[in-house]
Design a binder for this molecule. Structure first.
Ligand code: C5P
Length: 225
C-alpha cells in the first residue's frame, strides 16, 4: 500500500458548484461536477489524512472512510462549513466553483411569467478562499484553484497574492478535454516562490496525485497542531 505521508494530518477540501436560489424552484449555478475536488479528497485520504469535504450539489461522492462529507447548496452555506472546519486543518484545498454572486432576494413564491424581460438583482457572495487566507496561521497550508479565460498566469499570480494562498492550481480551458464535465484536466501549479509547473493533460485522479505530490515535495507541510 501507499506510504501514509499525511497520517495524523487534517485536511479541508471544497468541491462542486454552488446553487444560488432565485425562488423556491429555481437557482443559478454552474457546470462544475465536483470530480476534481473529490479526487483531491480521495488522494489526501489515501495518504493518511483525515479529510473534511465540503461538497456543493454534485452527482458524485467520495468513498474513502477517512473522508467526512458535508453537503451544502449555496456559497454562504459553504462559507459557514469551511469556517467551522478550517481550524486545525494543516492543508486546505479549495477546488469548488463558488458563485461570485447570489440573487439579492429569494422570491418566497415561484416567479410568474409576465413581461418579456425579467431582472434579477445580484449581490456579492463571501470569498471563501480570501476569508481563509485572511485568518490562516503559520501552520496552515492553503491552496486555491483558478479558471481563467485570458491572461491566465498573471491573473493566477494576482490571486495567489490577493487571497494569501500558498499555491494556486490553474485550470486551462484552452485545452480540449480539460475542465468542467471532463474526466481529464490540464493544470499549472504556481506557488509563492514564483515557480510554476505545467502538467500534461491527465485524468483528474492523476492530477490530484500530482497536486499532493507537489505539496509533499515542495511545500512545508505543517506539523500537527
Ligand atoms: O476569484 P476566483 O473565483 O477565480 O478564485 C478561485 C478560487 O477561489 C478557487 O479556489 C475557489 O474555490 C475560490 N473561491 C472561494 N469563494 C468564492 C469564490 C472563489 O473560495 N466566493
Amino acid at each position: 500500500g501507499k506510504k501514509q505521508l499525511l497520517a495524523g494530518k487534517k485536511a479541508l477540501v471544497t468541491a462542486g458548484p454552488t446553487y444560488e436560489r432565485i425562488d423556491p424552484v429555481r437557482f443559478i449555478g454552474n457546470f462544475s461536477t465536483g470530480k476534481m475536488g473529490i479526487a483531491i479528497a480521495e488522494e489526501l485520504a489515501a495518504n493518511g489524512a483525515e479529510v473534511t469535504l465540503v461538497l456543493g450539489p454534485s452527482h458524485y461522492s467520495a468513498t474513502h472512510k477517512n473522508i467526512t462529507t458535508i453537503h451544502v447548496e449555496s456559497a454562504r452555506q459553504m462559507y459557514d462549513a469551511c469556517m467551522a472546519h478550517f481550524d486545525g486543518a494543516e492543508i486546505s484545498i479549495l477546488a469548488a466553483a463558488v458563485a461570485d454572486y447570489r440573487p439579492e432576494e429569494v422570491a418566497p413564491q415561484k416567479i410568474k411569467k409576465q413581461s418579456d424581460t425579467l431582472e434579477v438583482k445580484f449581490t456579492k457572495n463571501p470569498d471563501i478562499l480570501a476569508s481563509l487566507g485572511a485568518i490562516k496561521k503559520e501552520n496552515q497550508l492553503l491552496v486555491g484553484f483558478a479558471l481563467e479565460t485570458n491572461n491566465e498566469m498573471s491573473n493566477a499570480l494576482k490571486k495567489l497574492q490577493n487571497k494569501n494562498a500558498d499555491m494556486i492550481v490553474l485550470n486551462s480551458l484552452q485545452d480540449e478535454g480539460a475542465g468542467f464535465g471532463h474526466d481529464t484536466n490540464k493544470i499549472t501549479i504556481l506557488d509563492r516562490s514564483g515557480s510554476h509547473v505545467t502538467l500534461p493533460l491527465q485524468s483528474k485522479k492523476d492530477a490530484a496525485g500530482a497536486i499532493i505530490k507537489y505539496i509533499l515535495e515542495t511545500q512545508h507541510v505543517p506539523e500537527n497542531n
